[in-house]
Ligand binder design. Sequence first.
Ligand SMILES: [Fe+2]
Ligand SMILES: [Fe+2]
Length: 226
Amino acid sequence: MVVCPAVAAPAVRRSLGQCRPLRCGAGPRGTWALSGGGGSLRLCSTRASLEGINRPVIDRIIRVDHAGEYGANRIYAGQMAVLGRSSVGPIIQQMWNQEKDHLKKFNELMVAYRVRPTVLLPFWNVAGFVLGAGSALLGKKGAMACTVAVEESISDHYNNQIRTLVEEDPEKYKELLQIIKQFRDDEREHHDIGIEHDAEMAPAYSVLKTAIQLGCKAAIFLSERI
Ligand SMILES: [Fe+2]
Ligand SMILES: [Fe+2]
């Protein structure tokens, strides 16, 4: 048994009342690679108890949020591939950098809470990039319209999760709540940046926004479940 270096969320374990370190198992069910970006991480089998948490709720929350942050990273990657050298390149890069931090945190939470990623990650990899690049091909305003649509959906989604966790037990899920609230604020900021950069002037803005948000709803529904 080797102490797993990937388990980087001691505060999460503290919040769960755990005092033992999580460890990596070497057996067939012991470790498996996470392909969710943000570097190679390993999910670890552990004897540490996650007792007291509402397992189905936490599984669903962490799996879908990881998928969402992964998708957001792919969207910004697609936008940067098209608009990276334009005047909005630095602003897109700045938002992307924050998404990288978000994804890194959810990678850590998946390990700490022992949640498996959605099986749809390879699909979100392609779909996210295509959405980002496709919207950017409509121009800067198109890219920003995509940002507004996605970030509004994600911040609403985070608000729903905050309500769920508060109803469950705000003390038990204090740290998770803090993380989700912080990320919700970041997504809200991304949304506002999109508006400030003329998202609403994009061609067929409301059709585009509605279509993207329908896609986000479907992505959330699926990623929570499979
Ligand atoms: Fe994010
Ligand atoms: Fe965002």
